[in-house]
Design a protein around this ligand. Structure first.
Ligand code: SIN
Length: 485
């Protein structure tokens, strides 16, 4: 398939200190197109050399970058934002090529990714300190905010651009410098972004992208470094816990955006059309490979059959295919292992009484049919596990209390969704749900203006919004004494 790349955005080695890095070893790793399983390109395996060089570059660049005027940093970030949007098509093509997601979704992600740059270019201007009313006549008390220092960002494959910008935009805006370690499955989007950062005038060393195949060794090197002062990670809860442990000896600051097990509750009084539309969006965006995906769809028993029928009809209309085909809604899963996991979930559910209403099978290659299962129950493995694929299980509940108990019956607490026409029910249930984000009659909740993040085993810290910048700032208290009046 011809995709018309601008060749200047396709790179295959780490970007460190404003240049393309040559690792000491000649080792490479292949990046695959999940739609065809063909190799797109061999990428230099920077490994630990690249991590070390990136940390040093970020360390050297820190004094100058952190002491620049906020308005200068902001202007450079505005340039970066403009360049990302100017290159939307190329970036989206690279993203679809390496992640498989439909081109229309990739284009939306490029805009979503850019939105964080714009947002934090503005937010940086508002990182105010405070003057605190003094309790002593001779003292004045105030606070200032300062950049944390070198930031290590470890990012996943499911949103190859947006999960990077959601971290580096506040970091750079705050005056930090950064080392990004993108997933080995999707390094090309990250490297294209690095090139645009150079074109935008982000100085050498301020943003470094180290690519390599050894995820755990590279992550550990970032966590163990005494120079890196903060780790920000999006990925599984299992890996988040490992990184947390590795960060403990150096008492590093951490932001963790981890796994989810989102309930989507459809109450008896819900607008069913809206609920179906919201459930399709919340479940099948990126073929279900999002941490905020509706993982358990809980439906009131009185409307269960009607909802199931409407939902199946809507899901049946989704077209599964290569992301470069204009009408594709569902791309391939990231790898064969993910397809096997889907098959195991379905087998387990059917063995425990589940009924396949739609789909249920792997198609050619890594494509998996959008699947709807009814009669889901709490014994099924995916009741407690993040599916991360296109399977939508429908659970039944009899009353609000049961729905709430089921919804909160998980170690996770990232996103939840509710559908009801009653304002007081929406309000009360929102308060009772143990989640960091709630979609009320809405299936798509992600935006740069809102605080993205979870509670319980879904992580700590918030990304985006007016609080996102503080994750990259230290608060310093100044006490001026001997003030003579
Ligand atoms: C994620 O799946 O990690 C992020 C999803 C989003 O930003 O909407």
């Amino acid at each position: 398939m011809t995709i018309g790349f601008k060749p200047n955005l396709l790179f295959n080695s780490s970007y460190i200190n404003g240049d393309w890095f040559k690792a000491s070893s000649s080792k490479t790793f292949d990046v695959y197109n999940p739609s065809t399983q063909e190799v797109i390109i061999a990428v230099d395996d920077g490994g630990l050399d690249a991590v070390e060089a990136s940390i040093q570059a970020a360390h050297m660049a820190l004094p100058h970058w952190s002491s620049r005027l906020v308005k200068d940093r902001s202007l450079i970030l505005e340039n970066f934002y403009d360049l990302i949007l100017e290159n939307q098509k190329t970036l989206a093509e690279i993203m679809t090529l390496e992640s498989g997601k439909p081109l229309k979704e990739s284009k939306v992600e490029v805009v979503y990714a850019a939105s964080f740059i714009k947002w934090f270019a503005e937010e940086a201007k508002h990182s105010f300190g405070s003057v605190i009313p003094t309790p002593h006549k001779s003292k004045r008390i105030l606070t200032i905010k300062q950049p944390i220092g070198v930031v290590g960002a470890i990012t996943p494959w499911n949103f190859p651009l947006a999960m990077i910008t959601r971290k580096i935009a506040p970091a750079l805006a705050a005056g930090c410098t950064a080392v990004v370690r993108p997933s080995e499955a999707t390094p090309l989007s990250a490297l294209a972004l690095a090139e645009l950062s150079r074109q935008a005038g982000i100085p050498a060393g301020v943003l470094n992208v180290c690519v390599g195949s050894e995820a755990s060794a590279m992550g550990e090197a970032l966590c163990r470094s005494e120079i890196v002062r903060k780790i920000t990670f999006t990925g599984s809860t299992r890996v988040g816990a490992i990184l947390m442990k590795q960060c403990a000896p150096s008492i590093k600051k951490l932001s963790l955006e981890l796994g989810g097990n989102a309930p989507l509750i459809v109450f008896q009084d819900a607008n069913l059309e809206a609920a179906v539309q919201g459930a399709v969006a919340a479940k099948f965006r990126n073929a279900g490979q999002t941490c905020v995906a509706a993982n358990r769809i809980l439906v009131h028993e009185k409307i269960y059959d009607q909802f199931a029928e409407m939902f199946v009809k809507a899901v049946a209309a989704l077209k599964c295919g290569d992301g470069f085909q204009a009408d594709s809604d569902i791309g391939p899963l990231i790898n064969e292992k993910a397809c096997i996991r889907m098959q195991e979930y379905i087998k387990d559910a059917v063995n425990k009484g589940g009924k396949i209403l739609l789909g249920g099978k792997q198609l050619e290659g890594q494509f998996f049919q959008p699947t709807v299962l009814s009669n889901a129950n709490s014994k099924m493995t995916f009741y407690q596990e993040e599916i991360f694929g296109p399977i939508a299980p429908l659970y039944k509940f009899a009353n609000d209390q049961e729905a709430l108990l089921m919804a909160n019956d998980t170690i996770y607490g990232l996103a939840a969704y509710i559908y009801s026409e009653s304002i007081s029910k929406c309000w009360q249930i929102s308060e009772a749900l143990e989640y960091g984000m709630i979609g009320v009659n809405e299936g798509l909740i992600s935006t740069e203006v809102a605080p993205f993040g979870g509670i319980k085993s879904s992580g700590m810290g918030r990304e985006g919004s007016d609080v996102g910048l503080d994750e990259y700032l230290e608060l310093k208290y100044l006490c001026f004494g001997n003030i003579n009046s």
